[in-house]
Write a protein that binds this ligand. Structure first.
Ligand code: ATP
Ligand code: MG
Ligand code: FE
Length: 332
């Protein structure tokens, strides 16, 4: 089973090849054009995907030493994501499957973030809980099988990655801000400042309150001291990161206890965060969890995870026909 996978949901154009469920490569073209704008500009993303998709796919096939004619199936990200960006990958995948007369497999990007855990060892055992934390989503997912998952808690407003990015902007750190907050936080004192943790019912999250709290706090401090941010940058980053991580972990612990599950995974771009990784390890020790953290390469958007998801859908005979179209708000 030789699957070519394509990812184009946001600002990474990526292609990967999996043979019998083993991901051979993961070619990622990151779009730097958005840095000038402090966020992803949808029209520029689509255009960059159009420019990148052919070279990225060619490189993945060449690297795997597989010709197009040898492929068994083509998998692609159908959603969720930006419409124009998704359309590029979807159209390309459809065209290729049609030309080669091979099956077409749609993949849900958020499920794929979770299935990234099956690319390398050690692999979580079913059922497990996955905290998926990315630029557009914050979800606690009960994963019962490769193709059977249920969202049991999620954010009611901003995603945690979005909160990291917005805080970074307020601190003047540039885009994408998550990694920059993380780096700075490692040099700061997480107890320097207190920010309120927003309490939500059940297993849901809310991250818009802390964003506003930081905004007002900084505004007040700047009135008294223009240099406040510059002088306290690392402490601010550490204190905010500590609060965001505490909120994430508190609900994850609640979910684990509620479902009686000790297999715990994290996925998505924010799972690269060092504060979250350390906090998770600590909590795992206390709660008796076995935790699974993906390699950095598979935390942020990549086609390796799409290839993995595509492989399990192939085994389950889940194919789509040429009538399929991109689905920006795709659910599980
Ligand atoms: P989605 O998967 O919800 O559609 P996305 O694909 O844009 O959104 P990812 O690529 O999975 O999201 O993750 C990007 C997000 O991860 C950004 O918000 C970025 O700031 C954040 N991020 C990446 N590295 C870190 C880090 N070390 N600490 C905190 N946040 C990080
Ligand atoms: Mg991205
Ligand atoms: Fe993503």
């Amino acid at each position: 089973i030789k699957i070519l996978a394509i990812e184009s949901s946001c600002d990474e154009t990526s292609a990967a090849v999996a043979v019998n469920g083993k991901v051979l490569n993961n070619i990622v073209a990151t779009q730097s054009v958005h840095e000038n704008y402090g966020g992803v500009v949808p029209e520029l993303a689509s255009r960059a995907h159009q420019q990148n998709i052919v070279p990225v796919v060619d490189q993945a096939l060449k690297n795997a030493a597989i010709s197009r004619e040898e492929l068994t199936a083509v998998a692609f990200t159908r959603g969720p994501g930006l419409m124009g960006a998704l359309l590029v990958g979807t159209s390309f995948a459809k065209g290729l499957a049609l030309a080669l007369d091979i099956p077409l497999i749609e993949v849900n990007h958020m499920q794929a973030h979770i299935l990234a855990h099956f690319i390398d060892d050690p692999k979580p055992k079913f059922p497990f809980l996955c905290l998926t934390v990315s630029g557009g989503h914050t979800q606690i997912v009960l994963v019962k099988d490769y193709n059977l998952m249920e969202v049991v808690g999620e954010t009611q407003d901003d995603a945690v990655g979005e909160a990291f990015d917005k805080v970074a902007k307020m601190l003047g750190l540039g885009y994408p801000g998550g990694p920059k907050v993380d780096q700075l936080a490692q040099k700061g004192n997480p107890k320097a400042f207190q920010f309120p943790e927003t309490e939500m019912p059940g297993l849901d999250y809310s991250f818009s309150g802390i964003k506003t709290a930081v905004l007002y706090f900084l505004r007040d401090q700047l009135k008294q001291n223009e240099g406040f941010i510059e002088e306290n940058k690392a402490d601010l980053a550490a204190s905010i990161q500590k609060t965001l991580v505490a909120m994430l972990l508190q609900k994850l612990r609640k979910a684990a206890r509620q479902y009686g599950i000790h297999q715990i995974a994290i996925a998505g771009g924010v799972s690269a965060n060092s504060g979250l990784r350390n906090g998770l390890e600590q909590m795992a020790g206390k709660e008796g969890w076995e935790v699974y953290i993906p390699a950095f390469e598979y935390c942020t958007d990549n086609a390796g995870m799409i290839a993995m998801a595509g492989h399990y859908k192939f085994l389950a005979n889940e194919f789509v026909d040429q009538g399929v179209s991109a689905l920006p708000r795709m659910k599980f």
